[in-house]
Design a protein around this ligand. Structure first.
Ligand code: DC
Length: 226
């Protein structure tokens, strides 16, 4: 009989989660669940309605909205990533828009959204071998995971990584602003009432500040062999 395995990778923004979880999923040939893209999807869907404020105020209305919308959503998990289709159209760039970026932390703090997506992700992962990447994968969504990893890096290293990424798109972006933004997002993610960013029980913490992605991957592979 085949044993299904869940590996969780959590951590703050720019700690290396995306890169490492992709490398790991490919190496093990596991499916990759990028939970941030589901929070971005809900934000995108809410922004596409003309009634955003009412949905944020009325939890019954919000839940009904989520249930209805997700009937039209198809999620494909591959080892390359999580692919989202709405009415058979791939939704990708839309999830990275400025509008979504600006509101997603607020939407991700809503209990109705978190409960809905937690149940949704558990069903999605049933009978599969997955690498699940996010903020609360090991602490809330898959507390029974076979291996839990928590990636960290210093504020300055994470800000430098984010700054480099952003420079490609915005030539006038400033390092100090990126650093402030990283600290602000950490504060929001770790202080929110529902499922705050935290090191899950029994997680292995890896500081990626001075490691290459390959070195981090090797550390995780060693843990798996153990
Ligand atoms: O990892 P990301 O940047 O795509 O995440 C987008 C947002 O969703 C970010 O504000 C953190 C939030 N998020 C969350 O609250 N819980 C998760 N499991 C994953 C992401």
């Amino acid at each position: 009989m085949r044993i299904f395995k869940i590996i969780t990778i959590d951590g703050p923004a720019s700690s290396g989660k995306t890169t490492i979880s992709r490398l790991l999923a490919k190496k093990l040939n596991y499916l990759l669940l990028e939970s941030g893209s589901l929070y971005r999807l809900v934000t995108y869907l809410l922004l596409s309605t003309s009634d955003l404020k009412n949905y944020l105020k009325d939890s019954q209305k919000l839940l009904k909205f989520l249930e209805d919308m997700f009937k039209e959503i198809e999620i494909k998990l591959l080892s390359e990533g999580t692919f989202i289709y709405w009415k058979e159209r791939l939704i990708k760039e839309e999830l990275r828009s400025k509008d979504v970026e600006n509101v997603v932390s607020k939407v991700a703090a809503l209990k109705e959204v978190r409960d809905f997506l937690t149940n949704f992700m558990r069903k999605l992962a049933e009978n599969k071998s997955i690498v699940a990447e996010g903020r609360d994968m090991g602490s809330v969504v898959f507390p029974y995971a076979d291996l839990k990893i928590f990636l960290t890096a210093s504020d300055e290293v994470r800000a430098r990584r984010r700054f480099k990424e952003k420079l490609n798109k915005e030539s006038n972006c400033k390092y100090e602003e990126v650093l402030e933004n990283i600290k602000f997002r950490d504060e929001l993610d770790s202080k929110r009432a529902v499922a705050p960013l935290t090191v899950p029980d029994s997680a292995y913490v890896i500081d990626t500040s001075y490691l290459t992605p390959e070195q981090v991957l090797n550390e995780i592979l060693k843990l798996i062999e153990k």
